[in-house]
Design a protein around this ligand. Structure first.
Ligand SMILES: C[S@@+](CC[C@H](N)C(=O)[O-])C[C@H]1O[C@@H](n2cnc3c(N)ncnc32)[C@H](O)[C@@H]1O
Length: 253
């Protein structure tokens, strides 16, 4: 890690994210919502692709058929080992820190980063690194952990939380994890993307119905159907816990 790099705040080494977070938990709806968005945003044919903070490659079956070459990048060696056990040689793996990516300038024609921004304290540095490793004309699909969600607005307006979802400051939810946990206002992130030089091509509202009561009452299958229509329709209001961006680095491929 470089001296200037903010310290790694969420170390998944030794943590069985696959089993504990996905397999043993009721998250089929969230998984389906991520996949739907990725199918809509990732280019159909990709040359050199990298999944940044891709964990054990949960979403690799979405991008492997579309990419000539695919790399999974993560800090956790535990995650990368699991990925190699699942995908073998079809997926290259590389360990490192997001703030100091071990890739050359313009090395990739496309990338994605899903369910990772909540671990990163400095999204300006992260965005600069992602921009650097993309070729001109390249595409980045980035999921942002949204601060301005509907439940949080209700909680703030009824004085049940001090986190103000309407202002653009970064929400550091230290009460959720001792290591810290960050949520971002969509406008704050959009400013960072634009200042970095990215063009925002598409936005989707994702995991719109991430709610225990809704799951119990409507059931996962029905929520997945509703989610598909809602991702585009609700994008302008940016109220969902996950906001997906398709960004383009200007220039010819
Ligand atoms: C919630 S998981 C998401 C994994 C995958 N993208 C998915 O959606 O299933 C977050 C990932 O970020 C990785 N991570 C955390 N801090 C990191 C850092 N500083 N550099 C690289 N990866 C990091 C973790 O190891 C973990 O695999």
């Amino acid at each position: 890690m470089s001296k200037k790099s903010p310290k790694v705040i969420s170390d998944y080494n030794g943590y069985d994210y696959k089993k504990i977070f996905w397999e043993d938990a009721d998250r089929a709806y969230e998984d389906a919502a991520d996949r739907m968005a990725i199918r809509k945003l990732l280019p159909k044919h990709m040359d050199k692709f990298v999944d940044i903070a891709g964990g054990y490659g949960r979403l690799a079956d979405e991008y492997l058929p579309r990419a000539k070459s695919a790399t999974l990048f993560d800090y956790s060696k535990t995650e990368l080992k699991q990925a190699r056990e699942i995908y073998g040689r079809r997926l290259k793996t590389k360990a490192g820190d997001i703030y100091d990516l071990p890739f050359k300038d313009g090395e990739f024609t496309s990338l994605m980063m899903i369910r990772a921004t909540h671990h990163f304290k400095d999204m300006k540095k992260v965005t600069a690194e992602l921009y650097r490793i993309l070729k001109p004309g390249g595409v980045a699909v980035i999921e942002v952990a949204n601060k301005k969600t509907l439940p949080r607005m209700v909680r703030f307006l009824t004085r049940r939380t001090k986190i103000n979802p309407f202002n653009r400051s970064v929400a550091n939810l230290t009460d959720i994890s001792k290591n810290g946990f960050y949520n971002y206002h969509p406008k704050y992130m959009e400013d960072i993307f634009k200042k970095q030089g990215f063009k925002i091509e598409k936005v989707l509202s994702v995991s719109n119905f991430r709610n225990r009561t809704l799951k119990n009452v409507l059931g996962t299958e029905r929520l997945i159907k509703l989610e598909n229509g809602a991702q585009k329709v609700l994008a302008p209001v940016r109220f969902a816990p996950s906001i997906y961006y398709k960004l383009v680095k200007p220039g010819d491929k």
